[in-house]
Design a protein around this ligand. Structure first.
Ligand code: KG4
Ligand code: ZN
Length: 347
């Protein structure tokens, strides 16, 4: 059991943030200077694994069961009580509506009871902001590659709360493509981490994949073609989870996904001449992508910033970090009871 910490005025504001946009229930306590005092993430992987993907109804029900425990645990680890918090923060969207509503309703209840402001956070902005937790002085403008299970986009970050969308995926997100191929091969859910691990033992040059190119020269991504090519390889070469080629196949497929991501990021660098690069989102945990991104940044003479793995996949610390910045700028809603969750990207 943690002992109670002293609330130091110079560390104010103290923020409790909640994230429940998909299948992770998370709560974090953050103090000034991006000091993460706790970041509890309860994954629902075992519930969704039999289905090979997130089942929205099961996700929201599990959030309801877990959220009280996750919030108490985050306070316990931080050594504080709910009444010590100066602000509450919560993910408003995009995400699964049922899942988002659990976090949002819980956070509204806390803010109402303790009579404290509630800061709403955009999930994608929070992912980008995760890069500032460990590096608050990233030079601007920065080009951010955000790669998750639901989104794959490039943003031009002019300053901390000013990220403009430059490119997005026209079909699947990169994480979704990895997860779907893993599901096709019966490798488990989520597939991204499994492929990451298995690809380490394979030869990435063994199977050929042609990278997608947009006819209009845009920086948008597309992963459905790579996914179809992967399924064709699997069928033609009779690849299964028990055959020896699987490692080479996964290494080659993962390499194609990584090359597709970095090819467009490179085009973005040539076009927009940023001063730094950011890699964020769940797929930013991927070791081949981290390596490729770091090499690209080095080659381009740019500083590359990748959050620690715990801040890449969905977590509430990134929500708290974004809220901290909003508080500094005075971007605090005067009323919060009418805040609504949104399913799709709004910026
Ligand atoms: O950001 P995130 O936690 O949730 C969304 O906002 O979507 O990202 C989840 C995605 C999943 O597709 C998962 O397979 C992928 O991130 N992922 C990885 C790795 N860890 C998580 N993909 C590749 N390699 C990893 N190590
Ligand atoms: Zn996410």
């Amino acid at each position: 059991m943690n002992t109670r910490r002293e609330k130091r005025p110079e560390k104010s504001p103290y923020i409790l943030a909640i994230e429940s946009s998909c299948d992770e229930t998370s709560a974090a306590v953050l103090a000034a200077g991006y000091e993460v005092l706790s970041n509890i993430v309860l994954s629902q992987d075992e519930i969704h694994a039999p289905y090979g993907g997130v089942v929205p109804e099961l996700a929201s029900r599990r959030h309801i069961q877990s959220i009280g425990y996750v919030v108490s645990e985050s306070l316990e680890r931080a050594g504080f009580r709910l009444s010590d918090m100066d602000y509450f923060a919560v993910t408003q969207g995009p995400g699964l509506i049922g899942s988002l509503l659990v976090g949002l309703s819980f956070a509204k209840g806390l803010a109402y009871y303790f009579d404290k402001p509630l800061i709403p956070a955009d999930h994608l902005e929070a992912h980008i902001h995760s890069a500032f937790i460990e590096n608050s002085e990233i030079p601007f403008p920065a080009l951010a590659l955000l790669v998750s299970g639901g989104h794959t986009s490039i943003y031009l970050v002019k300053e901390k709360l000013d990220a403009g969308l430059i490119a997005r995926t026209r079909d699947d997100a990169a994480g979704e493509a990895l997860d779907k191929i893993a599901k096709f091969l019966d490798l488990g859910y989520p597939g991204g981490p499994v492929i990451d691990e298995m690809a380490k033992s394979g030869d990435r040059k063994r199977f050929r994949f042609t990278l997608p190119r947009m006819s209009d020269n845009s920086l948008d991504f597309s992963f459905s073609g790579l996914k179809t090519a992967a399924i064709k390889h699997i069928r033609d070469q009779k690849i299964s989870k028990s055959c020896t080629e699987i490692y080479d196949f996964l290494a080659s497929f993962q390499d194609a996904v990584v090359r597709a991501l970095l090819m467009n990021l490179k085009k973005g660098i040539d076009l927009l001449h940023p001063r730094a690069l950011i890699l964020a989102g769940g797929v930013a945990r991927n070791q081949a992508l981290r390596l490729g991104f770091t090499e690209l940044a080095k080659k381009q003479g740019l500083d590359g910033f990748i959050p620690s793995p715990e801040f890449c996949t969905d977590n509430a610390a990134m929500v708290a970090a974004l809220a901290l910045e909003k508080i500094k700028r005075g971007d605090i809603p005067s009323s919060f009871l009418d805040l609504n969750a949104y399913a799709r990207m709004i910026k």
